[in-house]
Each structure stands twice: as structure tokens, then as C-alpha cells.
Design a protein around this ligand. Structure first.
Ligand SMILES: Nc1ncnc2c1ncn2[C@@H]1O[C@H](COP(=O)(O)OP(=O)(O)O)[C@@H](O)[C@H]1O
Ligand SMILES: [Mg+2]
Length: 265
């Protein structure tokens, strides 16, 4: 509780990921105004706010999908420019977007390795790349087993899976390739109770592997169960950041709705 059962960040630890003074407008809509975020090593940071508060925009900036109008992003204290999601991935950041990125027509193993298919090596491999299916399927099976994700077969088409199983595939991909930071935008929004519980265990498993996690969720009990700290956005601004163990849902909701403004960080 309040620590997510994972690694507790040391009070003095420096952030693995930071946004400083990040602003972003879409035409006349100011989606973000001078927002700061810091993610500490091994923590699960909750990111909450009403619809339209700017959560997805912020994580898209942290994932290289969008560029901030002003402000900067730092990884391990160093300023980075992430011109694309591939650039963010190269820096160890994996993101599961709200608008789910699995391909229904492909099977589980193919989805897991999407965009990173292993080629059979050698001269002919380079001339005529052939995806190394067997190796991908074996690795997919191992990874899903190690995460305790029970799927019938990695050769099953994703379109035949339940919503929760699809989510699990999307999140597994982030876990398998994430070396440093995993960002999850509403991973349980479309899930039933049992599937949400399984996803919760998956997030704890990610954190248990020492990865730092940013979790966007509307599910308050889940946010309180999983996170170390919670950052609250309201109308594109940072309304506050609280330590999960030192707050309660009423206070977080007050910060979300503007009934309360946090004065000191
Ligand atoms: N690509 C876009 N074009 C125009 N407006 C956008 C775009 N993306 C987000 N917005 C607007 O920016 C604001 C923040 O959106 P978003 O970051 O998706 O919020 P949240 O994820 O907290 O619900 C909203 O007013 C939304 O309509
Ligand atoms: Mg969103």
C-alpha cells in the first residue's frame, strides 16, 4: 500500500525522468502550461486529472510523440531531445498509449515484436530478410510466462483475445523492451474487475523488475494501491504532487477539481 510493494525510492535519489516547465498548445487550446514532473528510480508515479486535463499530452511529450512548445525533458539528469517514439525507446522509455497499439490481425508473438522483428542473420538474411518466427515465438512464450500471463498460444491472433488479454500483450511489450521507464496511459480503462486485478499484478511485476513507472488511471483505489506518489493535473496545470501514503482520495479529488490548490510542492 502506498509503496506499491515495489522498490521504495530513496528520499535523496535523483529523478530518472523529468519534465521542466513543459507547455503545449493545440491551436487555441492550451493543453499544458509550464508543467513539471519528476519520476524517481523504482517508483510508480500516478498521473491523474479530469478528462482533458493534459495527461495524455504530457506522456506523449515524454514518449517523443509530441514536441513541447517550451520546456525541456531530462533523462538521468541529462537534457534529451526525443524527436520520435523510436528516439524515446532508444533511451529506454516504453509507452502503452491510451488508444491501444496492438494489431488485431497479427498473433501474440508478432505483436510482441512489432517493429523489432528478428531477422535470420547471414548474407541471405540481409539480402532477403526472413523473420525468425521460431525464436520470436519461443521468446514471447518465455516472457509471457515470466510475467504470469496465461494465454493459450502465442500464435493466437490478437483479435481473438479478450480486452484484458490484449492489454496484457500491449503492456508485456513495454515490459520486455523497456529498459528504464514504462509509461502506461489508462491500462485498465476498458477492463473488467478480474482483468484489472491481473493488470495490477502485471504493473507490480514491472516495478519489481526495478523499472520506474508512470501510471495514468481513473481508478482511484488502484492508483492508491500501486503508486508511491501522485501528480495531479488540472486544466493543463500541475495542481499538486502528493505522497500516496500521506494523502487520501478526497484530497486528490479536491486537487483534481480545483477545490484545493497545493501551495508547497
Ligand atoms: N491532437 C490534438 N489536437 C487538438 N487538441 C488536442 C489534441 N490532443 C489533445 N488535445 C486537447 O488538449 C487537451 C488535453 O487533452 P489530453 O492530453 O488528451 O487530456 P487527458 O489525457 O488528461 O484527458 C484537451 O482539451 C484536448 O481536447
Ligand atoms: Mg488521456
Amino acid at each position: 500500500m502506498g509503496g506499491g510493494g515495489g522498490l521504495m525510492p530513496a528520499a535523496t535519489a535523483s529523478p530518472v525522468l523529468e519534465a521542466r516547465g513543459v507547455s503545449k498548445a493545440f491551436g487555441h487550446v492550451q493543453a499544458l502550461s509550464k508543467v513539471d514532473l519528476d519520476l524517481l528510480p523504482g517508483e510508480v508515479l500516478g498521473l491523474v486529472g479530469d478528462n482533458g486535463a493534459g495527461k495524455s499530452t504530457l506522456i506523449k511529450i515524454l514518449s517523443g510523440v509530441l514536441q513541447p512548445d517550451v520546456g525541456e525533458v531530462l533523462i538521468d539528469g541529462r537534457r534529451v531531445h526525443m524527436g520520435s517514439p523510436v528516439a524515446a525507446q532508444a533511451l529506454g522509455i516504453e509507452t502503452v498509449y491510451q488508444d491501444l497499439a496492438v494489431v488485431p490481425m497479427l498473433d501474440v508473438a508478432e505483436n510482441l515484436f512489432l517493429g523489432r522483428e528478428e531477422r535470420i542473420g547471414g548474407r541471405f538474411g540481409r539480402l532477403l530478410p526472413i523473420v525468425n518466427r521460431r525464436s520470436m515465438q519461443r521468446q514471447a512464450r518465455e516472457q509471457l510466462n515470466s510475467l504470469n500471463i496465461g494465454l493459450g498460444s502465442v500464435r493466437q491472433k490478437v483479435e481473438t483475445l479478450s480486452g484484458g488479454q490484449r492489454q496484457a500483450v500491449a503492456v508485456s511489450r513495454a515490459v520486455v523492451f523497456g529498459r528504464h521507464i514504462v509509461i502506461l496511459d489508462e491500462p485498465t480503462a476498458a477492463l473488467g474487475v478480474r482483468e484489472s486485478k491481473a493488470m495490477q499484478e502485471l504493473i507490480q511485476a514491472i516495478n519489481g523488475r526495478g523499472l520506474s513507472v508512470v501510471l495514468i488511471s481513473h481508478n482511484m483505489p488502484q492508483v492508491f494501491e500501486l503508486t508511491t506518489r501522485i501528480l495531479i493535473l488540472r486544466a493543463g496545470q500541475r495542481a499538486g504532487v502528493v505522497r500516496t501514503a500521506e494523502t487520501n482520495m478526497e484530497q486528490v479529488v479536491r486537487l483534481m477539481t480545483g477545490a484545493e490548490i497545493q501551495t508547497a510542492a
